[in-house]
Design a protein around this ligand. Structure first.
Ligand SMILES: *Cc1c(COP(=O)(O)O)cnc(C)c1O
Length: 390
């Protein structure tokens, strides 16, 4: 990726591939599995990687390349690879970099499927992990072993919206010569760029704020060229590539990422303030509420607080059930970062596979509600929540 001086919003729109001889204004969809060669020499040189060109859409495709180029601009990354889902990005990135016998230090508060990957699947390839608490970064160095290769974390966390100090973690990774990987999905590249704070690789589920309209599954990893080369070599063989159609959708979605996320954050902050003033809830968590324990860190590393608000309904499980059954306008679903506001009960859905103790350890009680605040008018969002709480 070539750096330029354009602002984020401009690059999101003006980063584009060279257009075809038709000079189309908006990028066309390259729905093709393979690409043709001029002659025998072109074919040989292409496979020998003497030429930078498309061969087969499992390796690269113009639509994926444009999407990757945009995300690299946004994150300040050298190169990237686009995947069929966020979990394909998480799995392929880790599997490409880890060898049997290696050890990962991971934050305990991570996406449910990533947790499952560490605990249920990586052990069969003799890849071990240790969890650390994100508010005890000073203890991390004591957990590093000679086998440790990667530090893995997310911020803000799901669903507890806790915030981890990226600068501090970046320093620890650098000092100990470990690869730092940050899942930046909750923030989006518009709100937070972990590479600035020392991350080597940044992973996103494109399914969330990047698409922003709940249409496609996607994932992407971007970062340093040498690490991404390993991820690319592994991925072009194992086949988790993003479809050209979904890449085309995402590249368009990114054009409006900044204005969408601005509105998500305005709405989320207003809802968080409303909930904080309500006598129907025990607590509210949102990174840009002054009451958030990591408010200062959130301000340091994020442009705004994101789209997710967590709170606890007073009255335990029974009151929680009543709250969900009373929602009229908003969606009961498990996605986030959608234009539609989504209300989720983590204890019975995304985190139901965890034990009660494990849930407590990541800050999820039976009454915890996670709201992904959408783009409807804030008055209507608050009205629906208010009547459901009432
Ligand atoms: C959704 C999500 C993922 C997984 O993404 P998929 O596109 O659903 O595979 C990974 N990390 C975080 C933080 C997520 O929210």
């Amino acid at each position: 990726m070539k750096k330029n001086n354009n602002k984020f919003e401009t690059n999101a729109i003006r980063t584009q591939l060279k257009r075809s001889e038709n000079l189309e204004h908006s990028v066309p969809l390259y729905l093709t599995s393979s690409f043709v060669f001029e002659d025998a020499e072109d074919m040989r040189a292409s496979f020998a990687e003497e030429k930078d060109r498309n061969i087969y859409s499992r390796y690269s495709n113009p639509n994926s390349s444009e999407f990757i180029e945009k995300v690299c601009q946004m994150e300040g990354a050298e190169s990237g690879f686009a995947f069929a889902s966020g979990m394909a990005a998480v799995f392929s990135t880790l599997a490409a970099l880890l060898d049997s016998g290696d050890h990962v230090l991971s934050a305990r508060s991570i996406f449910g499927s990533t947790h499952s990957l560490f605990t249920n699947f990586f052990p069969k390839w003799n890849i071990d992990h240790t969890y650390f608490k994100i508010d005890e970064l000073e203890k991390i160095e004591g957990l590093i072993t000679p086998k440790t290769k990667i530090i893995y974390a997310e911020t803000p966390t799901n669903p507890g919206v806790d915030v981890l100090d990226l600068e501090e973690l970046g320093k620890i990774a650098k000092k100990n010569n470990l690869i730092l990987i940050i899942d930046n999905c909750f923030a989006s590249p518009y709100l937070q760029q972990p590479i600035k704070f020392g991350a080597d690789l940044v992973i996103h589920s494109g399914t969330k704020l990047m698409d922003g309209q709940g249409r496609v599954l996607a994932g992407i990893t971007v970062g340093s060229a040498d690490l991404m080369d390993k991820v690319y070599r592994f991925s072009r063989i194992t086949g988790p590539a993003l479809s050209p159609f979904n890449a085309w959708v995402l590249s368009k979605s990114l054009e409006t990422l900044a204005i969408r996320v601005d509105r998500h954050c305005d709405n989320a902050l207003k809802l968080a303030e409303y909930l904080e003033a309500s006598d129907k809830v025990n607590w509210v968590k949102y990174p840009f509420l002054k009451s958030h324990p990591k408010y200062e860190i959130a301000k340091k590393q994020m442009k705004a607080g994101g789209c997710v608000v967590a709170f606890e309904v007073k009255g335990g499980l029974e009151a929680g059930r009543e709250f969900f059954d009373s929602i009229k306008l908003l969606s009961l679903s498990a996605n986030l970062g959608d234009s539609r506001t989504i209300v989720t009960h983590p204890a019975s859905t995304t985190h139901s596979k965890l034990s009660v103790e494990e849930r407590a350890a990541v800050g999820i009680s039976d009454g915890t509600v996670r709201i992904s605040v959408g783009l409807e008018h804030i008055d209507d969002i608050i009205a629906d929540i208010a009547q459901a709480l009432g």
